[in-house]
Design a protein around this ligand. Sequence first.
Ligand SMILES: *Cc1c(COP(=O)(O)O)cnc(C)c1O
Length: 369
Amino acid sequence: MVDLKSQYERLQEEIDTAVLEVVRSTQYINGPEVKKFQEELETYLGVKHVIPCANGTDSLQVAMMACGLKPGDEVITTSFTFVATVEVIALLGLKPVLVDVLPDTFNIDPEAVKKAITPKTKAIVPVHLFGQCVHMEPLMEIARENDLYVIEDNAQAIGAEYVFKDGTQKKAGTIGHIGCTSFFPSKNLGCYGDGGAIFTHDDELAKKMRVIVNHGMEVRYYHDSVGVNSRLDSIQAAILRIKLRHLDEFAAARRRAADFYNRAFDGHPKLTIPARSPFSTHVFHQYTLKTKDVDRLKLQEYLQAKGVPAMIYYPVPMHLQKAYTDPRYKEGDFPVTEDLSKRVISLPMHTELDEEQLKYITDSVLEFL
Ligand SMILES: *Cc1c(COP(=O)(O)O)cnc(C)c1O
């Protein structure tokens, strides 16, 4: 699905030098590379504070801890997401309240969020799925009216721009109170191991999160709150500094690949190409087709046999997962999410796809159909 090797080979000189410098410096934890990456990401995103941490899942957990959410508080999110979003809510003893998504963008439906609010609701976690922003303006309005935190799960859309009604733009993850992201190798900004970061414009939340990621410690060996150990290591930061300089060019390469796919599949009676939101640019973390009257698993097998990987994100919505069974939810509750989970299929999407590969992939899909 991703070609990390070709990308590495293209950046090899820069990356090898940077990694070796960290190794030789012996400043493996909280070295100067971490601080430099933090500042460069703040500038890129146009956000006041970036707090690097160990992975995307931690970024969500630390964000929720900083908002002071208490066991039993309700947090609204989408059922059509990667498990981490819902997992941390449950781990903190909070109550995940799931809602349906919109059929075109696969992103959380602000109207459904509005209906799910109760006196116990404390936060909303929109997930910018597959590289495109949730429609944030109505969501922020709902949050303001009900005094709720908005924590953006931006693991899949770093670099995407949200477009406000008045035409101004802000980077995904910098619109709500807190934004969270992951630098897992296959993400749009991926390191060579695990990594993550949290963003906020709010000085107080930033201060709390810096303390939480460091064992709840402000003064060494004095712990005023319960924290966690969540750090981005210096080698990963050095790699991310290089990749951040290429992030916009990476997004452009992904868009070119998506354009090629779109040209091949647009108008096909059995396929719907990804919808483009009028409120967001698309950084194509995934290129996801909606199939109609297609045996999706047979298609996946056919492609597999031809050496083309294809994946289903996500085959089982969160409300139908064993770990998150809840008497409040049953099959049929979120018809859009359930329908999508039966029909979507994602094709290879990364920065190194050339025309020959794209033609082979699209030809293979069309042959099967
Ligand atoms: C990848 C991902 C995460 C978790 O990131 P990790 O770094 O793997 O912990 C969270 N949410 C979404 C939507 C993701 O895609």
